[in-house]
Design a protein around this ligand. Structure first.
Ligand SMILES: Cc1cc2nc3c(=O)[nH]c(=O)nc-3n(C[C@H](O)[C@H](O)[C@H](O)COP(=O)(O)OP(=O)(O)OC[C@H]3O[C@@H](n4cnc5c(N)ncnc54)[C@H](O)[C@@H]3O)c2cc1C
Length: 394
């Protein structure tokens, strides 16, 4: 039998690619390898579990077995790839070599861990997949007070969801505003006010220095000297694309695994898509780019080399206490923010030097303007003419 197309990862990138590929090619052997249990689920829903009244079990949509059948694929679960060997067109699972026709890295990003002193470091929960979420939900059951590390998009979403679930929330982050790098200050203040309005307590400009067990749960000491009591800690300080194995195998790696517009890495027959991939300098940890990537890469793997392109890519932040939609201007684009605000309704537009719209941040009722604004936005990664590429996947 000919060597299979091998996809490492059964997140949204791996499964969507497999689905798109099977629409074009029902025959080529397909092997998916995943370190987790291979359940299909939508990661963005992890920060809506309480509001939607769903735990980790309900958020899982299909087992690995059901997915294998649906995709006419073999899926190896609880199996960690330990080495890439592009020169010999195989990957290694411990001592076992697995040959491939083409290899796709869809192994995502990992949570950044911050060191925490004290005897309760094991009460810090990162949440980056369904398994993490299951552990967290089991631990938080019957507990009231949650301390969240990080006030980025994910920290704010978890804060909102936990508050809706009846928990008390303290947010601790070293930045002076929420969602730094994503929201201009006025929009960030609107989100903070919205979350405060439903009970969130913010400790910005501070980090967690120490976590100790106490007679009453946990005692957190912050870098500003203050103390907070809590029952457990959620860590949402950020994600970093998984690049180690790729770098060890000599693939070009920057922030993510470097790929061209065909999503091909610096190695022949090796591609990357999703959170782990850096496409023309863009490492975007969102669903829209990975869906565009999956569609283009499926065609390339089918023998029809296809460049990926991204249209405008607005991000909806799931903080119902203060709705937010943001579309960042491209890094380094010349221009300025202009802001109109009425209470927590903020309309911030990023205008280029000739007045053209390059990005926006909308909060509160201003989010209603997003569709009209999207029409004016430039694409994040413009379409290229589909010239015939010399890099054919066969
Ligand atoms: C709480 C939360 C909310 C979010 N909300 C949104 C949102 O509203 N909108 C949005 O666009 N994006 C959102 N995102 C981001 C979005 O979920 C991710 O961009 C997307 O899920 C990434 O998918 P992926 O398949 O690239 O990676 P992952 O889902 O991380 O999948 C990686 C896979 O690789 C496997 N793997 C890793 N290493 C190995 C190995 N060595 N061997 C074998 N298998 C391996 C893992 O087991 C896993 O199956 C959110 C993220 C989080 C955490």
């Amino acid at each position: 039998m000919s060597a299979p197309v091998v996809i490492i990862g059964t997140g949204l990138a791996g499964y969507n690619l497999a689905r798109e590929f099977r629409k074009l090619d029902t025959q080529t052997p397909l092997l998916l390898i995943t370190a987790d249990d291979g359940r299909s689920y939508s990661k963005p829903l992890l920060s809506t579990g309480f509001a939607a009244n769903k735990n980790a079990e309900n958020l899982g949509m299909a087992t690995a077995g059901a997915m294998a059948e649906q995709l006419n694929a073999e899926i190896r679960t609880h199996t960690r790839v330990t080495r890439l060997d592009p020169a010999n067109r195989r990957v290694w699972i411990g001592n076992e070599p697995v040959p491939y026709r083409d290899l796709v890295l869809a192994w995502g990003a990992q949570t950044i861990q911050v060191p925490v002193a004290g005897d309760a470091a094991d009460a810090v929960f990162p949440i980056n997949d369904l398994h993490d979420y299951g552990r967290f939900r089991a631990a938080v059951a019957g507990k009231r007070r949650v301390l969240i590390l990080g006030a980025g998009l994910i920290g704010c979403e978890f804060a909102n969801d936990l508050l809706l679930g009846g928990h008390e929330v303290d947010l601790v982050a070293p930045s002076e505003q929420v969602m730094p790098g994503l929201l201009p200050l006025q929009a960030a203040e609107a989100v903070r006010n919205g979350l405060k309005g439903i009970g969130a307590r913010f400790h910005l400009g501070a980090t967690l220095e120490r976590l100790q067990r106490s007679t009453d749960g946990l005692q957190a000491t912050l870098s500003d000297g203050s103390q907070r009591s809590c029952d457990l800690v959620v860590s949402a300080v950020g994600l970093r694309p998984r690049t180690e194995l790729a770098a060890e195998a000599g693939l070009e790696v920057k922030r993510g695994i470097v790929v061209d517009r065909l999503l091909q890495t610096s190695a022949e027959h090796v591609y990357a898509v999703g959170d782990c991939a850096e496409v023309e300098g863009l490492n975007l940890l969102y669903v829209m780019p990975l869906m565009a990537g999956a569609r283009a890469l499926a065609k390339t793997l089918f023998g029809n080399p296809t460049f990926v392109s991204y249209g405008p890519m607005p991000v909806t932040v799931k903080t119902p206490a203060c709705p937010v939609v943001v579309s960042l201007p491209a890094a380094g684009s010349a221009g300025n923010w202009t802001v109109e605000a009425q209470g927590n309704d903020v309309k911030a537009l990023y205008l280029g030097t000739s007045g053209q719209l390059l990005g926006y941040a909308l909060t509160g009722t201003a989010v209603q303007e997003r569709l009209a604004l999207n029409k004016q936005l430039p694409p994040v990664l413009a379409e290229l003419p589909q010239i015939l590429s010399l890099k054919s996947p066969s």
